[in-house]
Design a binder for this molecule. Sequence first.
Ligand code: 5GP
Length: 113
Amino acid sequence: MTFLETDIFAKIVAGDIPCDKVFENERILAFRDIAPKAKHHILIIPKENYITAQEVTEENKALFGELFLVAKEIATDIHLTGYKLAMNVGETGGQIVPHVHLHLLSPDFKSEL
Ligand code: 5GP
């Protein structure tokens, strides 16, 4: 698969595409993956349009770090005892949607993500 041309997650943030939302604050949105690869497969995204994690800087590192904080809060809320966090970075890193997103998977995740 290759990078999509359209930032579909920006459309989800804008409310133009529906999602199964599990968390939202001013900076972060989390919703269930449309093609889950585990019982719980949740995508945690910054609302701001960063394309890949290569855009992390000293200035925005708190926002990128907050993705992990939200992952912990969701995992606690849905009573996960363990989970996998993954982020594909860039087309050759397996990323398809051109908007930074952290995958949270549990349990029984498939290894090919
Ligand atoms: P990537 O390969 O870019 O790390 O993962 C993109 C993920 O976004 C995939 O797991 C895919 O199933 C999911 N996805 C793609 N389009 C949509 C959509 O419109 N809604 C939701 N909820 N997930 C999507």
